[in-house]
Design a protein around this ligand. Structure first.
Ligand code: CP
Ligand code: NVA
Length: 301
C-alpha cells in the first residue's frame, strides 16, 4: 500500500491491517502509551473544501505520532491560482513526508500520487471518502465484534460516502443494501464492482433496504459543491430518511452511523440521531485512530 486514494485500491488484508493498528493506537492513546512512529515527519494537508473532523483529526493525529502537520488552504496555495497539480506534487514531494488532500475531482488526487513521490491520502473527493469509511468499519467492528456476515444499509444519495461504504463493506464480507432515488444512484464503476457480489442490493426503496439491517447509515442529501441543487434535492430525496419507521424494519439492536455534519429532519430524524449519538460520536472519534493507522502504514520508516 503506497497511497490511500480510494477503497477500490485496498485488499481485505490491507483494510484488516489498518483496523487492527487503529484499535491498537486507540488503546495506546487511552492508556497514555506514547507512539511516536512519525517522529520528524511532516504531513501537508490541502483543503479545497471545508472540514471540521478531517482537519482536526489529521492535525491532532500527526502531533500524537510525533510528526508535524501543515494546514494548506487552497485559497493560499498557488494551486488555487491555477498551478498544475503535477507541479505542486513534484514540489511538495521535496519538502514533505506525506500529503492529505480534500478536493472535488478524484483525478486531482490520483495525479498528485502519480506525479509526486510521497504517500497521498484522500481526505474526501466527490467520488469517495475512504478515511471516513475506515473509521466506520472500525466503529462497526468495535460495537458488533465483527464485520463479516452483518448487513449494512445506506439510505440517501449515491455519493462519495455510499461509494466507499459499498466497496469497504463488500470487501469486508458484509451484505450491503443501498436505497437511492433512481436518478441518484452510485456511478457505474461502483455498481460494476458491486455486481460481483451476491450480497449486494440496489433499490429505490428505503424500507426494502432496511429490512434486517445491522447497521443503518445515511449522509446529507446535498454534498459540498452541490449547494445550488439543495432545493431540487430536497424534493428528490423526500422519504430517504432514517426514522422510527425505518428503524422498526432493521434488527432490533441495529446501530446507526452518520459521517457528519448531519441535517436533522432531512436524512435523519433528531430522535434517531440522539438515540444513536453514542455510535455516531464514537465514529467521529475513530477518524483520529483510523487515520493515524493509515499514516503509520504509509509514512513510518
Ligand atoms: N465527516 C467528515 O469528513 O467531516 P468534515 O467534513 O468535518 O471533515
Ligand atoms: N457527502 C458529504 C460528506 C461530508 C463529510 C460531502 O461530500 O459533503
Amino acid at each position: 500500500m503506497k497511497h490511500l486514494l480510494k477503497m477500490l485500491d485496498l485488499s481485505t488484508e490491507d483494510i484488516t491491517g489498518i483496523l487492527d493498528l487503529a484499535d491498537q493506537l486507540k488503546y495506546e492513546l487511552k492508556h497514555n502509551i506514547p507512539h511516536p512512529h512519525l517522529k520528524g515527519k511532516t504531513l501537508g494537508m490541502i483543503f479545497q473544501k471545508a472540514s471540521t473532523r478531517t482537519r482536526v483529526s489529521f492535525e491532532t493525529g500527526m502531533y500524537q505520532l510525533g510528526g508535524y502537520p501543515l494546514f494548506l488552504s487552497s485559497n493560499d496555495l498557488q494551486i488555487g491560482r491555477g498551478e498544475p497539480v503535477q507541479d505542486t506534487a513534484r514540489v511538495l514531494s521535496r519538502y514533505l513526508s506525506g500529503i492529505m488532500i480534500r478536493t472535488f475531482e478524484q483525478k486531482e488526487v490520483e495525479d498528485l500520487a502519480e506525479y509526486g513521490s510521497i504517500p497521498v491520502i484522500n481526505g474526501l473527493t466527490d467520488f469517495c471518502h475512504p478515511c471516513q469509511v475506515l473509521a466506520d468499519l472500525m466503529t462497526i467492528r468495535e460495537f458488533k465484534g465483527k464485520l463479516e456476515g452483518l448487513k449494512m444499509c445506506f439510505i440517501g444519495d449515491g455519493n462519495n460516502m455510499a461509494n466507499s461504504l459499498i466497496v469497504g463493506g463488500l470487501k469486508m464480507g458484509m451484505a450491503v443494501s443501498i436505497a437511492c432515488p433512481d436518478d441518484y444512484q452510485p456511478p457505474k464503476e461502483i455498481l460494476d464492482f458491486a455486481a460481483q457480489y451476491d450480497c449486494f442490493e440496489m433499490t429505490n426503496s428505503p424500507s426494502q433496504a432496511a429490512k434486517g439491517a445491522d447497521v443503518l447509515i445515511t449522509d446529507v442529501w446535498a454534498s459540498m459543491g452541490q449547494e445550488d441543487e439543495s432545493a431540487k434535492r430536497r424534493i428528490a430525496f423526500e422519504g430517504y430518511q432514517i426514522n422510527d419507521d425505518i428503524m422498526a424494519l432493521a434488527n432490533k439492536d441495529a446501530m446507526v452511523l452518520h459521517c457528519l455534519p448531519a441535517h436533522r429532519e432531512e436524512e435523519i430524524t433528531e430522535k434517531v440521531f440522539e438515540a444513536h449519538a453514542k455510535e455516531i460520536f464514537e465514529e467521529a472519534e475513530n477518524r483520529l485512530h483510523a487515520q493515524k493507522a493509515v499514516m503509520v502504514k504509509l509514512m513510518a520508516d
